[in-house]
Design a protein around this ligand. Structure first.
Ligand SMILES: [Zn+2]
Ligand SMILES: [Zn+2]
Length: 264
């Protein structure tokens, strides 16, 4: 079967002002701001709409002191996707900014790596240092979906639909997976937190929140290998994504961009 071609969108929903030094192990010599944006992604093809990650809601933004700009449901609706009709959600990993809004997709099955669920429910969560990016309510919500028959597990590389595959990267979180999508301009790779910013994979530096440093740096090579070119890799938290790619349609500038379009 030949792989289907997909449209791919990045939908920004949140923002966090922070200094560059906070984004790297060993810091950064420049005393400048280097904020993070928060995104979810939509992949649209013959098989319907697939949503990668489910963000956080207003209450979680407040708790974590992260700015919610626009709820993710509004972003999806802006490109014609009704969350209630989405049947496939891919979870890159179970950190609070990737698995919230759990009642928004009542029909969806959630695809994640075996070892991410095991990590988030096992002995590593005995340690405060490893628990920091997880929320018990998020983890419980996903366990409830598991018992409702709505979780699909993957171990390593797997196909979601023709032209959309998941790839275990690990590193930042034990079961972190990135997503490769066949598009009209070649294979685009949605790194999620396998590279928070372009600078991480370009300079080989590491975001401080890390389970396994070796897997992070090996992951940068994997992302580039999976993509049609290094420029086809889309980092998970970089505000530059919104300026490198065109708006999905007029009026969505700075909010929803089209990743299967040629960068500007
Ligand atoms: Zn993360
Ligand atoms: Zn994240």
């Amino acid at each position: 079967m030949s792989d289907d071609i997909h449209e791919v969108y990045a939908i920004r929903y949140g923002h966090h002002k922070r200094k560059a030094a906070e984004n790297y192990i060993h810091g950064d010599p420049h005393d400048v701001l280097e904020p993070l944006d928060f995104y979810v992604w939509a992949i649209v093809g013959k098989s319907g709409a697939i949503v990668l990650d489910t963000g956080f809601d207003a209450a979680m933004g407040k708790k974590r002191q992260r700015e919610l700009i626009t709820p993710i449901g509004d972003g999806l609706k802006a490109i014609g996707i009704d969350p209630a009709s989405v049947e496939t959600v891919i979870v890159s990993h179970m950190h609070y900014d990737h698995v919230g809004n759990y009642d928004l997709f009542p029909r969806a099955r959630y695809h994640l790596q075996d070892c991410e669920m095991a990590y988030a429910t096992g002995r590593c969560m005995c340690h405060q240092a490893l628990r920091i990016p997880f929320e018990a309510d998020d983890v419980v919500a996903l366990v409830r979906k598991l018992f409702d028959g709505r979780v699909v597990f993957h171990d390593g590389e797997d196909e979601i639909v023709p032209g959309v595959t998941v790839h275990h990267i690990g590193g930042h979180s034990k079961g972190l997976q990135s997503v490769r999508v066949k598009t009209g301009r070649g294979h685009v790779v949605l790194a999620a937190d396998a590279s928070h910013l372009y600078s991480h994979m370009e300079s080989g530096r590491i975001f401080p929140l890390t389970y396994n440093v070796e897997q992070v740096v090996e992951g940068y090579a994997t992302l580039k290998r999976l993509a049609s070119s290094p420029a086809h890799v889309v980092p998970g938290h970089d505000p530059l994504v919104l300026t490198r790619y065109p708006a999905a349609k007029p009026g969505l500038e700075g909010w929803v961009v089209r990743l299967d379009a040629e960068p500007k």
